[in-house]
Design a protein around this ligand. Structure first.
Ligand SMILES: C[S@@+](CC[C@H](N)C(=O)[O-])C[C@H]1O[C@@H](n2cnc3c(N)ncnc32)[C@H](O)[C@@H]1O
Length: 607
């Protein structure tokens, strides 16, 4: 029986497996023969020391940090969740690096859109410092103190920021679907570095757009040089050829440009030029207007159709010669036949997507006119990203979620188009300053603000839309160290340690804690349905309709083993997990394994 350890997905092993699939011949006794790999790759190897590359102090360490598995877990917090039993949304409290590591197995390749709004590194904001050795203890320490800024006077100003961003973006990319995209808000402090970083992680060919968002509605007249009225949003696809963006809805102004002066039964239309500049003699012919006037294309141009096609168009009443029938002919474009939407442009005006003051007001309105959060983004800004990049059943992640604007926008969009998009918000429980309004009102950290905003925004969306079937709930999870004791023997007192390891679970942890740790470490989504099955006074958990059965009982009986195959689906394999110390004897353990094998259940593990 394989033992589950407390680690998240091992990305290095994953990469090695992928390499093995492509180049089995470069492996000798399980190790990679680099010389052979170089031979296979031929001229594509860059051997020049002066090659183009983006380097900074600590980059190698940042690469290592991205690869190191997490020793943490996500513990459910039922009390601060909303609609636990029915919701498919998640709110995760913790450092996003550890959380992203923990989500790797369950959400690998499943997320359609990621939005992040990281610290811009303005010199006043806090930049999280990872600790390679023990990032979970580091996290616990950091979240107990008020966070400090990364001042520009710090010699490692850009370096600190890049070291923080690199591993997070690397892990974020793994979560994206093949047709998924990431949007990243940034301003001029780090946009140049972020472009280079993303070019490296996502590939420069996958840059979809560098969007300019007009964030202010008026100039700042006391600006020393320029009033900075915009910031950037970088959009990268996992694979640009696979990304299909949605068109934006047409504006009222655009729709109103379509008229119907001849009462055409096909509805309103707009006329378009019938001539083109790419000259072809076959398309250069005289046209007689209904009023009898002869018209030729202007010099150097020709008609966009052949004579035959033109005559068909006239018969079909698709050519317009003006009210009087004597103008240069134009082609009619019917509203019902044009693409129903606008191609998004790279300039996003506040009149369409909101500005920073509007965003602050939105959050204030939610919290009874009190200012609890600095620098939120407008709901309309996130709404637009979700509109362009997602479809009705997609998962959207924001791992610097702040006041949870992204969750608000997802609920809003779902209420308008009947979608069932799901959100995953990740946020550090960064402590609010004691003198802040939020702290005084009882919101001790930013997660408290984010969760309350989703609760209130959800109710608001429901009351404004009148829709009662919206998913406005969320399951809360909190980052903590693994529920499973680390195998960390103290060689001076080995007997004591072995004794301690007999019960492999940390004290103070609940069955549910362990259950959800298994889900994430076995690659099952945290919102998978969980059925509790009673066998006498013992409990089995049937997770994801038979994909995983978990039994955390002591004194496991034959009745329990007999019950398990009843939940096996013929369409998928079943995994089973028992508590390591749950079997009274080795012979019962062996028999149980044999019995399960008869039903084709071979993946049996222990914790
Ligand atoms: C600029 S705010 C995001 C604002 C958000 N877009 C909104 O509309 O409210 C950035 C957030 O990232 C959070 N943060 C910083 N480092 C983090 C980390 N390592 N893990 C998770 N969250 C982090 C900060 O606490 C802050 O709330």
């Amino acid at each position: 029986m394989e033992k589950l350890n407390g680690q998240s997905m091992n990305l290095t092993e994953n990469n090695i497996d992928s390499l093995k699939q492509i180049f089995p011949e470069v492996f000798t006794e399980g190790k990679i023969d680099f010389d052979k790999l170089k031979l296979i790759l031929g001229d594509s190897i860059e051997a020049n020391d002066e090659r183009y590359e983006f380097r900074w102090n600590g980059k190698n360490n940042a690469i290592k940090i991205a690869q190191t598995p997490s020793m943490g877990t996500l513990r459910p917090d039922f009390d601060s969740s909303k609609n636990w039993d029915n919701t498919e949304n998640l709110y995760i409290e913790g450092d996003n690096l550890e959380v992203l590591k923990l989500l790797q197995k369950s959400y690998f390749g499943k997320v359609k859109m990621i939005y992040i709004d990281p610290p811009y590194n303005t010199g006043k904001d806090f930049v999280y410092k990872d600790n390679f050795r023990d990032n979970i203890s580091n996290y616990k320490e950091l979240t107990n103190q008020t966070t400090k800024a990364n001042p520009e006077t710090n010699g490692r100003y850009h370096t600190d920021w890049l070291n923080m961003m690199y591993p997070r973006l690397k892990l974020a990319r793994n979560l994206l679907k093949e047709d998924g995209v990431i949007f990243i808000s940034i301003d001029e402090n780090e946009v140049a570095n972020l472009r280079k970083l993303c070019d490296e992680i996502f590939g420069e060919d996958n840059l979809v757009s560098e969007i300019a968002w007009e964030k202010k509605y008026a100039p700042q007249n006391d600006a020393k040089y320029f009033s900075l009225n915009h910031e950037q949003i970088l959009c990268y696809a996992k694979s640009k050829p696979l990304f299909n963006r949605n068109l934006l809805p047409m504006t009222q102004e655009q729709i109103e440009r379509y008229k119907n002066p001849d009462n055409d039964e096909r509805g309103p239309w707009q006329s378009d030029n019938l001539t083109v500049a790419t000259y072809s003699a076959n398309y250069d012919f005289p046209i007689e207007t209904p009023s009898g006037k002869i018209i030729n294309p202007p010099h150097g141009r020709c008609w966009r159709t052949s004579k035959e096609k033109f005559e068909e168009l006239v018969k079909d009443n698709r050519i317009w010669f003006g009210e009087t029938g004597e103008n240069t002919p134009r082609i009619k474009r019917f509203l019902s036949e044009v693409q129903q939407g606008r191609v998004p442009i790279s300039l996003w005006y506040y009149s369409e997507v909101g500005h920073t003051q509007e965003a602050s007001k939105e959050v204030k309105d939610i919290f009874d006119d009190k200012k609890f959060f600095d620098y939120p983004k407008p709901v309309k800004l996130l709404y637009r990203m979700c509109y362009i990049a997602t479809n009705k059943d997609d998962i959207i992640v924001d791992f610097f979620s702040g006041s949870a604007t992204t969750a608000h926008s997802v609920m809003q969009l779902n209420s308008e188009d009947g979608g069932k998009r799901k959100f995953i918000m990740i946020q550090l429980p960064e402590i609010n300053e004691e003198k802040s309004e939020a702290y005084k009102a009882g919101y001790k950290n930013i997660c408290e603000i984010g969760k309350e905003r989703i609760r209130r925004a959800g109710e608001k969306v429901v009351s404004e839309s009148g829709k009662t079937d919206l998913d406005i709930g969320f399951k809360v999870f909190k980052l903590d160290d693994s529920n499973i004791k680390e195998w960390n023997p103290n060689y001076d007192e080995i007997a004591v340690t072995l004794e301690e390891m007999v019960d492999n679970l940390k004290s103070g942890r609940t069955k549910e804690d362990l259950l959800f740790e298994m889900l994430i470490k076995m690659g099952i989504e945290l919102t998978a349905p969980i059925q509790e099955v009673k066998v006498g006074d013992k409990t089995l958990f049937n997770i994801g309709r038979g994909s995983l059965i978990v039994c955390l009982e002591d004194n496991i009986t034959e009745e329990i083993i007999k019950e398990i195959p009843k939940y096996k689906s013929e369409f998928m394999d079943m995994k089973v997990v028992f508590k390591e110390t749950g079997f009274g004897s080795d012979s019962l353990k062996m028999n149980s394994m044999q019995n399960l094998k008869q039903f084709g259940i071979t993946d049996v593990r222990s914790v």
